[in-house]
Design a protein around this ligand. Structure first.
Ligand SMILES: Cc1cc2nc3c(=O)[nH]c(=O)nc-3n(C[C@H](O)[C@H](O)[C@H](O)COP(=O)(O)O)c2cc1C
Ligand SMILES: CCCCCCC(=O)C(=O)O
Length: 366
């Protein structure tokens, strides 16, 4: 029986070859951050308020100019065809049905045009954001931006934590074949001669490790979409994002897949929110596996949460239905958490709803 995200992970992983599990589920080097992203949530406990009439709870929030069902979006994750043959098309339909915005990876196995059409064809009106890497070939980068904007994306998510790929030992040991039999329509122009390259070599061949904050002004000059930075973990970089004129940041460590031993995102969030002082939007991803995790992130000041692996597990388990099941699980848990904690609206989820357990076991209010 699949009741929780942990149940979904177990069911999905059983359906995937070992090498694909290693690719989806692993983090970088020693797996410290991938584990801590989730476990760090447990040092927070909820302080519920009672007798507050929670008969009419409002879970909706406005993101990118549209109301979504609850504060959750789908993180951009590449190579979804390794989870299910329909890949991002199934994810897009599920998001559209459930009224949840979706990030599209540059390493999608379907084009941004097809991904958005798939969602529109089932009737929803959600927003999409295009994830970008800083590319060596700026003309090719510009073309992806133009295609995304033309297809209807509302935002660019520039991934800032990946000047190079993280060292992914589990993935290497498993001999995961990323390229065999699948295409990458957003980035593969001119790649025909590189079919034999490794994952790492291919990334190095197109991605720029000399990226800098200067790119934001360039992005502004080529698009009217919102510009967000994905992969910020410090107050200093939130300040840089504000100075550079970004619309938002996603506090993210790439699900622990880039630099290992970095701070878990839920622990980086408070300093990022404090630095933002409401001048820039602050979202978070990494290790979110329950409705209570979403509640805690909001109480610590995030406007919205994003999930990566839970979406991939849903997709691997049962395509579109599996992603819908994943969203339903998180929605039911989050709504119930709000009710039981005495919150009628998302705005009621404030820092005073949390306590923090110290290293000596003591409990303190935030
Ligand atoms: C298999 C996989 C592929 C990913 N691909 C991308 C990508 O192409 N671009 C990107 O910015 N982040 C990518 N991510 C990171 C996610 O956007 C997100 O930051 C991370 O998965 C959040 O952590 P979670 O998986 O614990 O929810 C990927 C993550 C996974 C697991
Ligand atoms: C050729 C590199 C593919 C990277 C796919 C995305 C991913 O695994 C990540 O960003 O993490």
């Amino acid at each position: 029986m699949i009741l929780s995200i942990a149940d979904l992970e177990a069911a999905a992983s059983g359906k995937l070859p070992d090498a694909t599990q290693a690719f989806f589920n692993s983090g970088a080097t020693n797996q410290i951050t991938v584990k801590e992203n989730s476990s760090a949530f447990s040092k927070y406990r909820i302080r519920p308020r009672v007798l507050r009439d929670v008969s009419n709870v409002q879970t909706e929030i406005d993101i990118l100019g549209k109301s979504i069902t609850f504060p959750l979006c789908m993180s951009p994750a590449g190579v979804q065809a390794r989870a299910h043959p329909e890949g991002e098309l199934a994810t897009s339909r599920a998001c559209s049905q459930k009224n949840i915005h979706m990030g599209v990876s540059s390493f999608a196995n379907n084009s941004v045009e097809d991904i958005i059409s798939a969602g529109r064809n089932v009737g929803g009106q959600i927003n999409y954001g295009m994830q970008l890497y800083t590319m060596q070939d700026r003309e090719a980068e510009k073309e992806i931006i133009a295609r995304a904007e033309g297809a209807g994306c509302k935002a660019i998510f520039l991934t800032a934590d990946s000047p190079i790929l993280g060292l992914r030992y589990h993935e290497k040991r498993s001999n995961f074949k990323i390229f065999d039999g699948i295409s990458f329509p957003m980035v593969e122009n001119g790649w025909e001669d590189k079919k034999t390259q490794s994952h790492d070599e291919r990334f190095i061949s197109f991605n720029s490790d000399s990226h800098s904050w200067d790119e934001i002004a360039w992005l502004r000059s080529v698009t009217k979409m919102e510009i967000w930075i994905k992969g910020v973990l410090t107050a200093e970089d939130v300040e840089m994002a504000i100075e550079s004129g970004c619309d938002g940041v996603i506090v993210s460590n790439h699900g622990g897949r880039q630099l290992d031993d970095v701070v878990p995102t839920i622990d980086a969030l408070p300093e990022c929110v404090k630095a933002a002082q409401g001048r820039i939007r602050v979202h978070v991803d990494g290790g979110i596996r329950s409705g209570a995790d979403i509640f805690k992130a909001l109480a610590l000041g995030a406007e919205c949460c994003w999930v990566g692996r839970p979406m991939l597990w849903g997709l691997a388990y049962d395509g579109q239905n599996g992603v819908e099941l994943m969203i339903d699980i998180l929605y039911q848990e989050f709504r119930r958490c709000m009710q039981l904690a005495g919150c009628r609206t998302v705005a009621d989820i404030t820092p005073d709803r949390l306590a923090r357990i110290g290293s000596d076991g003591s409990m303190s209010r935030l």
